[in-house]
Design a protein around this ligand. Structure first.
Ligand code: SF4
Length: 89
């Protein structure tokens, strides 16, 4: 099974070396990859003698954030602020 998507995005900034490895030229690590290997970043990978991007089009992170961050009664100045929110019964 391929580790990348069905239609992988072909990356740029690489060239083939004389020893058959594919060298990525995108960052100073200069990863030299055999078939199926990923770079140190785990974003770029050699597949079928091309550099493919394994994360292209995917989300890079998720964050579950509450809709309401501020306590509602702290907005109204006439009500005293409390250090902890009131609990619903
Ligand atoms: S770490 Fe990633 S971007 Fe940098 S050279 Fe290696 S494969 Fe390319």
């Amino acid at each position: 099974m391929s580790a990348v998507l069905e239609n992988p995005y072909i990356g740029r900034w690489w060239h083939m070396l004389e020893d058959g490895r594919l060298q990525c030229d995108l960052c100073p690590r200069d990863c030299r990859l055999h078939e199926g290997q990923r770079g140190a970043c785990f974003v770029r990978m050699r597949e079928h003698d091309k550099m493919v991007l394994t994360t292209y089009g995917r989300s890079s992170g998720f964050c579950i954030d509450p809709v309401e961050k501020k306590i509602q009664f702290a907005v109204f100045e006439e009500q005293p602020q409390r250090a902890t929110p009131r609990r619903r019964k």
